[in-house]
Write a protein that binds this ligand. Structure first.
Ligand SMILES: [Zn+2]
Length: 195
């Protein structure tokens, strides 16, 4: 009996390891009618750009998701994904659409510009003083690993890498901490920084 129980427990353990929980993404893209190209041009999805943002008004908490979204609407911008302080992932724009998240931008060491047309933008809710939470690093890595498995991503970088004169985000961000959680494919996309 005890042997059977051990076997059962082993089977449960193996199943748990073999089938990691699916990455949950809350899809809000139906409610975001702005912040992307509407001419039918498709995103090549070959780069990932990491950003930081928070709600700058005083009437709501700075980590308020809706506040951040309302702020984007005011500027007619939007990322593809946003990750809140607890690590919940929201889709704001479908991957296939060109989203206005990078602005004027150039690939470092290259002449390729207008990187919105090539990239997926991920916003982390954090400030210059308060870096991403443990949950945000973990979920950001999971999202990046999943996107790198789905698309042929050649570059993984921060907004400040592609618009150094205008942008300083992602703020209070440790690439080392993120890289420790990335799989091989994602690390290859990150490799251009070491060349
Ligand atoms: Zn940014």
């Amino acid at each position: 009996m005890r042997r059977l129980l051990t076997l059962c427990l082993l089977a449960v353990a193996i199943t748990a390891v073999a089938a990691p929980a699916r990455l949950e993404i809350k899809d809000l893209s139906d409610t975001i009618a702005w912040g992307h190209d509407t001419t039918g041009v498709r995103n090549t999805c070959t780069m990932i750009v990491v950003h930081s943002n928070y709600y700058a008004g005083r009437d709501r908490d700075r980590w308020d998701l809706q506040g951040c979204i309302d702020q984007f609407r005011r500027y007619d911008v939007a990322p593809h994904y946003m990750i809140d302080r607890r690590g919940a992932i929201y889709r704001l724009t479908p991957d296939s659409l060109v989203a206005w998240h990078a602005g004027e931008s150039v690939l470092p060491g290259d002449t390729i510009a207008h990187l919105n047309y090539y990239s997926l933008g991920i916003e982390i809710i954090n400030s210059k003083r308060h870096g991403p939470t443990v949950a945000q690093y973990r979920q950001l890595a999971r999202l990046i690993n999943e996107l790198c498995a789905r698309y042929d991503i050649s570059h993984l970088m921060g907004h400040s890498d592609i618009a150094p004169k205008r942008k300083t985000d992602p703020w209070a961000f440790s690439w080392q901490r993120l890289e420790a959680l990335l799989d091989e494919r994602a690390l290859r996309a990150r490799d251009w920084t070491r060349r």
